[in-house]
Design a protein around this ligand. Structure first.
Ligand SMILES: O=P(O)(O)OC[C@H]1O[C@H](OP(=O)(O)OP(=O)(O)O)[C@H](O)[C@@H]1O
Ligand SMILES: Nc1nc2[nH]cnc2c(=O)[nH]1
Length: 183
């Protein structure tokens, strides 16, 4: 079998199915913005984008939020080593989180390890309130270490991409969500 890193971007489109159309994603983003307004009315917030996957959600949600917001980002990646998996911090937030209402934005809650670590970091840094918003939550039957406060769409237990999520680095820019077909 060919090394997946060398496959053409079109290969991934040809071997995947649409699970949410662009219109369905747009509706989900509108619902997420509404839910955040309900939770955060009257507050100033710090949006914290989990790079790189959270970038799409951050860009889309920012346009929909009529709240005084600031923006920061972090990068904390899953590292799958020989003895389980861990988080590698590539970039911590720059803003002082102490006393802030922080809204963490990410593309997908899968096992939940990443988001749990990010929330722990924010709380340890003294955030007043930490809310989490994910564009997708994977229906994988796992007991996750946390539930996101705001969820856009529930995706099947398959590898998904588009709307911030990549497949071997490609297609984070896709305005729909697709799932890889298993051979
Ligand atoms: O719920 P979990 O099982 O922890 O997985 C979810 C995380 O995995 C992906 O990040 P990744 O480390 O692949 O980096 P990326 O954002 O650059 O794609 C995704 O963006 C989430 O942050
Ligand atoms: N792109 C992508 N990243 C993930 N990180 C954890 N699960 C997934 C997934 O299904 N797709």
């Amino acid at each position: 079998m060919q090394d997946p890193h060398t496959q053409s971007p079109d290969y991934w489109l040809a071997n995947s199915d649409v699970v949410f159309t662009e219109a369905e994603v747009t509706q989900a983003l509108d619902r997420m913005a509404h839910a955040l307004h309900e939770r955060l009315a009257g507050q100033s917030i710090l949006l914290l984008c989990v790079m790189r996957g959270g970038l799409y959600l951050a860009g889309q949600l920012m346009q929909r939020l009529q709240l005084p917001a600031r923006l920061d980002y972090l990068q904390a990646n899953r590292y799958h080593g020989t003895s389980g998996s861990d988080i590698v911090w590539a970039k911590a937030p720059e803003f002082d989180l102490a006393g802030q209402t922080v809204v963490v934005l990410d593309d997908i809650l899968d096992e939940g390890i990443t988001l749990a670590e990010v929330v722990r970091h924010c709380q340890q840094a003294g955030a007043k309130q930490v809310l989490t918003a994910v564009l997708t939550d994977k229906d994988n039957g796992l007991t996750k270490p946390l539930k996101a406060d705001v969820v856009g769409l529930t995706v099947p237990n398959r590898y998904v991409f588009g709307c911030g999520m990549d497949v071997y680095g490609w297609w984070r820019n896709l305005p729909e969500i697709r799932a890889l077909r298993v051979a």
